[in-house]
Design a protein around this ligand. Structure first.
Ligand code: NAD
Length: 451
């Protein structure tokens, strides 16, 4: 049994039984038995079922959002976007089954064709920070490509995934095609790694656990997609529209209380505008509304747990605090937006993923210095740069080693564009036109036409 707690109050919401090994094996066996039927559903019918699933999610959008506000402390605005994102990803990949075409390649003496075959049972392992979207980015393309899915939500945030599993059945997906298995990573998640019927793992979470999954998967040459940690840079050049950059910076790192793998948690400001930019940033940080998350005006809610709040606080002790925003007192795991001045690139808060509302700041000299500092990390997930110089925007975009970059903006994730990390931030890409193929294997067939 796992306690499910409202992080804005610390009150117990419910308790969710975790699956044991035998139950996990039974669910994987059912998924394996359901595979043949699902892969043979006519493409147009599979598409229709995914569209119907999208409609049912849309009909339950407020209910799902409310569950996430209470279970994860997400602001209601974010939670509505997240439920809507599941719907949109379903609609997007509902267009895939009829378009999953192979090739016909010219050969002598016959015909050569390729097929994108589904893999079988796919295991999706989800973290607690964005329970709904991250689940959807895995299970939707996997289903669209003809696989069956077992999905393990994080122990702290299982409620929306469980509900999505019920809504799939309500939408008419056959039983056992999409199963949600709450439980421990060391039990359910680990079984996905060792069970031979699970042919691919799509994992989002910490770099540490991701590495152990990749190592374990090698035993069966199991396919993996990994979406791991980040320590992304936000680079502000002196020629940028500083008003816009300063106004956008708080949300770029404090959204979801900084519990975002794409958080721009390192701010690099060109030294000629460093003091000016910090003085513009301070009021923007203080105005960032950290409030009870079910209110429409909230821009940030609490952290996920007491333990995580203690971890985040440990980065601020002994650091140089430039300024902070505000947060409610009282129960719940609240932490104010905090801006730290890095003494050097060796500072722990500059190097490690804090995964909380903590921004580290350093000045840089010139373009080369900015690129060097941005790349001085083992991560490479996202990032932003602000400049009015188009040539510089392109040069720096190409030079920063990161999977998703925004120029004069902080956006990173659109369901129809690729998302994923370079270096130790991950392996493979989710979303966009190509993610579907990572849930398939290519089969080449030669047909002899000689008489
Ligand atoms: P975590 O790695 O502790 O857990 C993630 C999931 O893996 C959970 O469901 C957990 O139960 C499971 N798990 C744990 N140990 C396991 C094991 N041995 N075998 C199989 N499964 C196991 O991460 P977290 O604390 O839940 O999430 C925060 C991390 O996720 C951060 O590092 C963050 O950067 C990362 N993240 C990355 C992305 C991305 O797209 N790159 C997105 C969101 C979060």
């Amino acid at each position: 049994m796992a306690d499910v707690i409202d992080p804005s109050t610390g009150v117990l919401l419910t308790r969710v039984p975790g699956m044991g090994l035998a139950e996990t094996d039974a669910a994987i066996d059912r998924a394996q038995r359901a595979f043949d039927g699902w892969r043979n559903v006519a493409p147009g019918d599979r598409a229709r079922l995914l569209r119907r699933f999208a409609t049912v999610v849309d009909e339950h959008l407020d209910e799902l959002a409310d569950l996430e506000v209470r279970n994860a402390g997400h602001t209601v605005g974010n939670a509505r976007w997240e439920a809507g994102n599941v719907r949109d990803v379903l609609n997007y990949y509902a267009g895939a089954p009829e378009r999953l075409s192979g090739r016909q390649i010219p050969v002598a003496g016959g015909i050569d064709v390729t097929f994108h075959e589904p893999l079988g049972v796919v295991g999706i392992i989800v973290p607690w920070n964005f329970p709904m979207p991250i689940a959807g980015w895995g299970f939707v393309p996997a289903l669209a490509a003809g696989n069956t899915v077992v999905l393990k939500p994080a122990e702290l945030t299982p409620l929306t995934a469980i509900r999505l599993g019920e809504l799939a059945l309500e939408a008419g997906l056959p039983p056992d095609v999409f199963q949600v298995l709450p439980g421990k990573g060391s039990v359910v998640g680990q079984r996905f790694v060792t069970h031979p019927a699970v042919r691919k793992i799509c994992f989002t979470g910490s770099t540490e656990v991701g590495k152990s999954i990749m190592a374990g998967a090698s035993d069966q040459v199991k396919r993996v997609t990994l979406e791991l940690g980040g320590k992304s840079a936000n680079i502000v050049f002196a020629d940028a529209d500083l008003d816009k950059a300063a106004a956008a910076t708080p949300a770029s790192v404090f959204d979801n209380a900084g519990q975002d793998c794409c958080a721009r948690s390192r701010l690099l400001v060109q030294e000629s505008v460093y003091d000016k930019f910090l003085s513009m940033l301070e009021p923007a940080v203080q105005a960032f509304r950290v409030e009870e998350p079910s209110g429409d005006t909230a821009e940030m809610g609490p952290l996920i747990s007491a333990g995580h709040r203690a971890t985040v606080a440990s980065y601020v002790e002994d650091a140089d605090v430039a300024f902070t925003g505000t947060a409610p007192d009282g129960d719940g795991w609240w932490f104010p937006p905090t801006v730290l001045l890095a003494r050097s690139t060796g500072d722990r808060h500059w190097r490690e993923e804090v995964f909380g509302p903590v921004l580290s700041v350093l000045p840089f000299r010139d373009e080369q210095d900015a690129i060097r500092l941005a790349n001085d990390t083992s991560y490479g997930l996202s990032g932003s740069l602000w400049t009015r110089d188009l040539g510089r925007a392109l040069r720096v975009s190409r030079a920063v080693e990161t999977g998703a970059l925004s120029v004069n903006s902080h956006s990173s994730v659109r369901y129809w564009t690729p998302f994923g990390g370079m270096k130790q931030s991950g392996l493979g890409r989710e979303l966009g036109p190509d993610a579907l193929l990572s849930f398939t294997d290519v089969k080449n067939v030669f047909i002899n036409t000689d008489s």
